[in-house]
Design a protein around this ligand. Structure first.
Ligand code: ANZ
Ligand code: ZN
Length: 820
């Protein structure tokens, strides 16, 4: 007799799948389609436990849909541009491509071993010229629509890495990567005008409601941050050597205009420099130096003491006519609203903190029934009745907001306004390992896009090691042969743009490339797009809840508006898998609690590891590797596989008949497993398989035996269920059962609804010949179970009391006779 040998199964079936091309879709429109996508990996070293978890989950969905008979597109690729490759190249004096493609090969081999059901023929790498050619092409489409543009702007700058950082790469004022204090630097940078789509990005989230995790939707909403309120214009008095001027502010609370007691402008803004009175200029300069060191997040934090400088000027409130001082402070952000605020300390906590720090007046204008903020130190922000507010007195908050806007509009001092927190997407990077921005700068013609037939603008292959070290400008600038070109327009001398694109650009459209990955005449084949998109199920980590998803959503909307697509959202449904922890903590080198995936696979086998991942909890929850048992999973798999050794290997013995009790279990299991997959409770699928294996084993050992058709039916169902998460065991079992086609072509078994109807009977429990209880039990209940139910029944226990039980006679399913 054979024994369960995962290593030999892995060797046999991985080759078989490749030979049989099992995982590729037909792609001919003959079947209803489904598109499943796992967020593509970054090639840093070999696969880790996190990949193993994520891809096990995506594979359950994909394999389920394959079994259900859909034409399933489940591709894989690599997000292969980015800094780590460049840093490795500097360290090892190589080209980043070396590190990148070596790691990709390693990961690809591991993915194949891991048995994920992906169509390998569609594999792509964003660092391939055949791919980034189209990233550049897309950039140009955006450019031609005015959606890509350059401007000077202060950017987060890491002095050590010599690169621009996105806001989210600044953690507590320091570079996320190297911990160096981040400063601000003014640079000419490329942006995508994502703010033009802010409204759509918010409104279209309605289509995702219920299909994306709520928290991801909330994070997106927050990031886009739509605020409704008013723009209000104030006059600034001449003074301090400066002429009269105007100052606009954005406020969400125009109802509080009468409580406005001072103004604040962002200390680091141009506005502050324009406004400051000559005698205060020095103080402002000193203060601006001081605030440079803080990130936006720190600047807005409420527990930092408020700092600021008086600018020596005053402004006039358009409703009250009051003359109020103008301050500069760092809690007002230069790039939100107008970079200036009307401070209402009674009803805004940060304004109150500032007022208390600098002894400025606090005036309550909304009576909320709470204590005076000037005394309590707590701003009252809730609803109430307007007081001290002239024409607004007596109104509620909402009415007062509309009334104030109407007053402003009447007098020409302002109007209703909606603004967004979302900023345009800073996409240029002064680094090497990314897609070059396909623009040529000509002294005569200005910015000239590289003609389409000259794409891709390839990265030079001769730069390596130190050539790539950060120098404050892109390493590409040093490649003179590469930089100096003829202007495509006037043929005069011109220079290539030396910046590369943020790698988020690459990943904002890769899901579109998978439908026609080898197409040389376009980024995507419109027919194929129509056939496959949008993605039905996207799977990936919650760390991408904001940027990657937002950028992909933006890209799809722009590409739609360019006429290539006809839908609004790239990902119909999103599943965030949990993390794999060890001893309750994320795995990390410093904690020394890392678990090596390769080692786990060697010890327990692919299927046991995958089964453990899936069984541990619903996919969204974290898995603590210290609490699970891949060894136990292996035992279960061996037990399942052994069914194939016992059941006759002639598939023709399959018939609809056989032991009804087992058939009921089989059909119920299939039905419940299907519901569980749909509800993303993949762990339940494993639990249900375990029950079915037990029931089948029992039928073999002490029931109708191996030749009963119900036993074959059950064993085949086990193979199909296993095929969702334990592909090697499933394939081997399926073949042991006499099939010679892949288990993924078995098809999801059809459930006979008649077998789902629970047949129950009323069982009578007698004590000393008297009926003491009636139980509703399954018609197929066994004696042991019926006896247990009878003895557990409250009424029965009461009647037995302390008396010793002499004998229990069971006539299942209808009678239990207890003798005491
Ligand atoms: C007066 C006021 C009174 C305000 C009040 C709030 C409460 P959200 O909802 O986030 O959009 N603000 C405006 N521009 C700012 C900037 N550049 N930096 C920091 N704060 C700024 O917040 C809008 C509110 O934040 C605005 O409404 C403004 O303060 C402040 F009882 O105006 B408010
Ligand atoms: Zn020119």
């Amino acid at each position: 007799e054979k024994s369960y040998d995962f290593a030999s199964m892995e060797a046999t079936w991985a080759d078989y799948w490749e030979r049989e091309n099992v995982f590729a879709p037909l792609d001919d429109g003959s079947k209803e389609r489904r598109y499943v996508l796992d967020m593509f990996p970054y090639p840093s070293g070999d696969l880790h436990m996190g990949h193993a978890e994520a891809f096990a989950m995506g594979d359950v969905v994909s394999r389920f849909w394959m079994q259900k008979g859909y034409d399933v597109l489940h591709p894989i690729g690599w997000d292969s541009f980015g800094l780590p490759a460049e840093n490795a190249a500097i360290k090892n004096n190589t080209h980043p491509a070396e590190w990148t493609y070596k790691n990709i090969e390693t990961q690809a081999a591991s993915f194949k071993r891991y048995g994920i059901a992906v169509d390998w023929s569609r594999r792509l790498h964003t660092s391939d010229p055949e791919y980034y050619r189209w990233t550049q092409w897309l950039f140009q489409q955006f450019y031609s629509k005015g959606l890509a543009y350059r401007k000077d702007s202060p950017v987060n700058w890491c002095p050590k890495d010599q690169t621009v950082l996105a806001n989210e790469q600044v953690v507590n004022g320091a570079c996320e990567r190297c911990g160096t204090q981040v400063t601000k630097k003014s640079l000419n940078q490329w942006y995508f005008r994502i703010t033009e789509y802010a409204d759509q990005l918010l409104d279209d989230m309605e289509q995702l409601e219920g299909h994306w995790p709520d928290r991801v939707l909330a994070m997106q909403r927050n990031w886009i941050g739509r605020s409704e309120g008013a723009q209000v214009r104030f006059t600034i008095n001449a003074g301090g050597g400066k002429p009269a001027d105007e100052l606009s502010v954005f406020t969400t609370r125009p109802d509080t205009l009468y409580g406005n007691t001072f103004f604040v402008v962002a200390a680091d803004s141009e506005l502050a420099l324009d406004l400051v009175a000559e005698e205060q200029a020095e103080a402002l300069d000193a203060y601006r130096e001081e605030v440079k060191a803080f990130s936006d997040i720190e600047r807005q934090s409420s527990d930092r003491p408020k700092t600021g400088v008086f600018l020596g000027r005053t402004a006039v409130n358009p409703l009250t006519g009051e003359e109020l001082p103008i301050w500069a402070a760092d809690y007002v952000l230069a790039d939100y609203g107008t970079g200036a605020i009307m401070a209402v300390p009674a009803h805004d906590q940060r304004d109150l903190d500032f007022a208390r720090a600098f002894d400025l007046p606090v005036r309550v204008v909304v009576d909320t029934g709470e204590g005076d903020p000037a005394d309590t130190g707590e701003a009252t922000i809730g609803a109430g009745t307007l007081v001290n507010s002239g024409p607004l007195n007596g109104l509620g908050k909402e009415e007062a907001i509309s009334r104030a806007i109407a007053l402003l509009e009447e007098k020409g001092h302002g109007e209703g306004q909606t603004i967004f927190r979302l900023r345009d997407w800073l996409l240029s990077r002064q680094r090497f390992w990314g897609a070059p921005i396909p623009i040529i700068h000509c002294a005569q013609c200005g910015e000239v896009p590289v003609p389409e037939d000259q794409l891709p603008v390839r990265l030079p292959s001769d730069l390596k090691g130190e050539d790539l070290a950060p120098k404050g400008q892109s390493p590409l600038a040093a490649a003179k042969d590469w930089v100096n070109v003829e202007c495509p327009n006037c043929s005069g001398p011109a220079q290539r743009d030396t910046d590369t694109m943020d790698t988020f650009v690459d990943s904002s459209w890769y899901f579109l490339r998978f439908v026609s990955p080898d197409l040389e005449t376009g980024a995507f084949d419109p027919d194929a797009l129509r056939r496959w998109e949008p993605v039905d199920q996207y799977v990936g980590g919650v760390e991408h809840a904001i940027l990657h998803l937002l950028y992909s959503r933006f890209f799809v909307k722009v590409i739609r508006d360019l006429g290539y697509l006809d839908y609004d959202e790239p990902f119909r449904a999103l599943l965030n898998q949990g993390q794999v922890l060890n001893q309750g903590k994320a795995m990390s080198k410093s904690l020394g609690n890392g678990v090596d995936l390769g080692q786990q696979l060697n010890e327990y086998g692919v299927d046991a590891v995958r089964t453990t991942m899936v069984f541990a909890s619903p996919p969204e929850d974290d898995v603590d590797w210290a609490d699970v048992s891949p060894g136990g999973a292996g035992k279960f798999l061996a037990r399942a596989w052994r069914l194939g050794q016992d059941v006759s290997s002639d598939p023709d013995t399959a018939a609809d008949g056989g032991d009804e009790a087992l058939r009921r279990v089989t059909h119920k299991t299939i039905h419940e497993a299907e519901q569980a997959v749909d509800a993303h409770k993949f762990n339940v699928v494993v639990a249900k398989t375990m029950e079915l294996v037990n029931a089948t084993r029992k039928a073999i050992d002490s029931g109708p035996g191996t030749s009963d058709p119900a036993v074959r039916e059950a064993s085949e169902a086990v193979a199909v269920l296993l095929s969702l998460y334990a592909p090697y065991t499933a394939e081997d079992l399926w073949h042991e059962l006499g099939h010679d086609t892949p288990v993924l072509t078995a098809g999801w078994p059809t459930v006979d609804p008649m077998l789902l109807v629970e047949d129950t009977v009323t069982a009578v429990v007698q004590i000393k010949g008297k009926v003491r209880a009636r139980l509703e039990v399954s018609k197929n209940i066994d004696a042991e179970e019926l006896e247990r139910l009878a003895l557990e029944d409250d009424a029965v226990r009461k009647h037995i009391g302390e008396a010793p039980i002499r004998k229990v006679i069971v006539r299942e399913p209808k009678l239990v006779n207890i003798v005491v």
